[in-house]
Design a protein around this ligand. Structure first.
Ligand code: PMP
Length: 372
């Protein structure tokens, strides 16, 4: 429209800390086998689709009105789900929901981070922890992990003492590496963070339903600075729904209400999530299948000569490749899209249907053979 060269965001008066940054960008390519964004491969069952249609039709009759601003019925259903599956009794007042756990994380950082404040996480981890921190004006500190991606408690404690974060992220199971964090280690990090100054400790359990280990939710008892975040994007097979949530002390829930946009969760979203929660048992049946497939992928990758990080998630980090991007491209030529997180030597594959996983494993064996 200006007739000159196309502008970039850097040509606009954007905030200084956003200059030169790249947007979150997992490729959405149209290939036969897409195993790159940790989605659940199973479409929602027909009975649930019908129930969603019913619930949404009912909500549609009232779309002239704003939604329940506090999503009370939905938060109650989420609290009941957590109580039933973890044995930790949770009340509606302890649960908060938003459009994906990304929005939950953003609300937490808007409330507990921000200009002049610091957030710390142990990398490699979920890249949005750093990006949402920066986006909310929060200084980001990349804390260390060992070479095998496990937490080095002594080094982690030293980083906490040095940087005295206001928000500490513990991703368990960790993305992209897949392993869960020991509850004793989470407690040690929590205590170190409180000793360095009050700190909100955010345990990101986006993948916990796929874990060999139980949820860290029982740790909430007596720890008002601890928050556990969850999502319906993975275990509930509802990434398109955009529904994430947290469990914490009721004071944390009241605190995020200071920054949430009024009516942030649409009536359609609330109705759809409630319908999905009615079908929890069916959806958790798919999770059980995916856990078996995840374990099979690990076994077959090891048999193929790969290094694999033990996985508690619906994905597996595998390597090591002299040129992991070349291996990523070779797999793509076989019609299989996996994730290159830019971690030299490693790639990440999401557990798909048995057929998709076979296609991935066959393609990888072919690529490894070509490389010989
Ligand atoms: N946390 C982790 C660790 C994730 O991997 C993801 C999604 N990739 C999210 C949070 C956000 O998921 P959503 O916003 O779909 O709930």
């Amino acid at each position: 429209a200006t007739g000159g060269a196309a502008l970039t965001p850097d040509d606009l008066p954007i905030r200084d800390e956003l200059r030169g940054q790249s947007a979150y960008g997992a490729p959405q390519l149209d290939v036969p086998v897409r195993l790159n964004t940790n989605e659940n491969p199973y479409p929602l069952p027909d009975a649930l689709v019908a129930r969603i249609a019913e619930r949404v039709a009912e909500a549609a009759r009232h779309l002239n009105r704003y939604p329940d601003r506090d999503a009370v019925e939905l938060r109650g259903a989420l609290a009941a789900y957590l109580t039933r599956t973890t044995g930790t009794p949770l009340r509606t007042e302890q649960v908060w929901a938003a459009n994906g756990s990304n929005e939950v994380l953003q609300q937490l950082l808007q409330t507990f981070g921000g200009p002049g404040r610091t957030a710390l996480g142990f990398e490699p981890s979920y890249s949005m922890h750093a990006l949402i921190s920066r986006g909310t004006g929060t200084r980001w500190i990349a804390g260390p992990r060992r070479e095998d991606f496990s937490l080095d408690l002594a080094a982690a404690r030293a980083a906490i003492a040095e940087h005295r974060p206001n928000v500490l992220f513990v991703c368990s199971p960790n993305n992209p590496t897949g392993s869960a964090t020991d509850p004793a280690d989470v407690l040690a990090l929590h205590d170190a963070a409180q000793a360095a100054g009050p700190c909100l400790v955010v345990v990101d359990e986006a993948y916990v339903e796929f874990s060999h280990h139980p949820s860290l939710l029982p740790l909430l008892e007596g720890r008002p600075h601890l928050v556990v975040t969850r999502t319906m994007s993975k275990a509930f097979g509802a990434a398109g729904l955009r529904l994430g949530y947290l469990a914490a002390d009721p004071a944390v829930v009241q605190a995020v209400q200071l920054v949430r946009l009024p009516y942030h969760l649409s009536s359609v979203t609330q109705a759809t999530a409630l319908a999905a929660l009615e079908h929890t048992d069916t959806l958790l049946g798919y999770v059980a299948r995916l856990k078996e497939e995840r374990d099979r992928i690990v076994t077959e990758l090891v048999e193929a000569g790969c290094e694999v990080v033990a996985s508690d998630a619906n994905f597996v980090q595998f390597g090591r490749f002299a040129d992991s991007h070349a291996t990523w491209r070779a797999l793509l030529e076989h019609g299989v899209l996996v994730r290159d997180n830019g971690l030299p030597g490693w790639l990440r594959v999401t557990a798909g249907t048995p057929e998709e996983n076979d296609a991935f494993l066959d393609a990888l064996r072919a690529v490894l053979k070509d490389g010989d």
